[in-house]
Design a protein around this ligand. Sequence first.
Ligand code: TXA
Ligand code: MG
Length: 327
Amino acid sequence: MSVSVIGVDQLDLAAVELAEGRLVAIPTETVYGLGADASSGAAVKGIFAAKGRPDNHPLIVHVHDSQAVEAIAESLSDSFYRLAEAFWPGPLTVIVRRRLVANDDRPVVAPETVGGRPTIAVRVPDHPVTLDLLARFAEVGSGLIAAPSANRFGSISPTTAAHVVDDELPGLGLVVDGGPCRVGVESTIVDLTGPKPELLRPGGISTVELEAVIGPVADGRLGDARASGMLESHYAPNTSVELVEAVEEDDLASVLTAEAKIGVVAPFACRHEPHWEMPTDAGEYAARLYSVLRSADLAGVERIVVVPPRSGSLLDAVLDRLTKAAA
Ligand code: TXA
Ligand code: MG
């Protein structure tokens, strides 16, 4: 299938494609998403098929605003409203209870979207193009876009429209180009369905920021693999990745042996070639990370040595992705 890349001037076409059950890749502030109508089981099946993703891995539903969540969710808590007010639109996903039966004529999320669970993951993305698309899609369809990252299962998330095209996802005919993603790592996921809020995946909003709004957030990552990002060896390039702590190139002497052709990704300058010099701040590092891992993957090296960023509020999220890339 050949892929068309369209711009903001063709969002009506994208809204009609979604309403007719077809796949559309969408820009967000975190990574590009592979979108389909979340109210249609048939439409979301196309997402699982295109990604090669197991169909029990639930998808995030993207909506225009928190009112749209009220139509598809039940028993929304005070914490939900506080988080929505503080961080939406933005890189935060919350898990809430799913409304199983529609009230009025408003569509609800299809069971296929959430692998049959009684809960749903929802977020309002902070991207003007996709917010505009969501508003148009609400006029001609459900206005609910289910979207995982628009890459093949287990590989690196796309942060440009060109990355999406490169992944050649079967069944995808349309990519909306909204430019490079500002945040560059996926949204933070917080589960609000238990007795206490739990962090399932660190991401674009830090735990410190969350706790300032709703108080203590427990680390839910030690439990089962509820979020697919919790599985080991996720977000991985084809080339093997080795994570090394270092402050300067000399610290890498023992790993940069002559036997193997190695690429270095590090927050300092290097004489070694090839290398990609990264920012020291985790937020700026995150914005470039996936794109650099893709380039390093294509550079024909046998191994990629990655030195993490030094500081910044997105340090947790970056370390999480790097650890998984190295697993
Ligand atoms: O930034 C992002 O979140 C991007 C953009 C496109 O929005 N999306 C994204 O989707 O990263 P994906 O499918 O790669 O990750 C969604 C995560 C998965 O780990 C999934 O297991 C978890 O959300 N998830 C979805 N629904 C859930 C639910 N009901 N309960 C627990 N986890 C859920
Ligand atoms: Mg993903």
